[in-house]
Design a protein. Structure first.
Length: 78
């Protein structure tokens, strides 16, 4: 079986203009997980403006955990 050049070339991560919009991707995934929430454009604002105790405790923990995880994913990819 012949060796092809494309099989030997290492794939590099996509950067620059071709890089996917990680923040948009994470935001859309979060919107699917939290369909009843109005997330707005910036996830940081969701955390900053959230009023503790405005949701039942178990929902509050899940909501805040999902937001923090999403923000961490965005920060790691940048």
């Amino acid at each position: 079986m012949p060796v092809r050049l494309r099989d030997l070339v290492r794939r590099r991560p996509v950067t620059g203009a071709r890089a996917p919009d990680i923040a948009g991707l994470v935001h859309s995934e979060l919107a699917v997980e939290l369909p009843d929430e109005d997330l707005g454009e910036y996830l940081d604002d969701c955390l900053d403006l959230y009023v503790r105790g405005s949701k039942p405790r178990c929902e509050e923990v899940e909501y805040l955990t999902l937001l923090r995880d999403a923000l961490d994913r965005i920060a790691e990819e940048r």
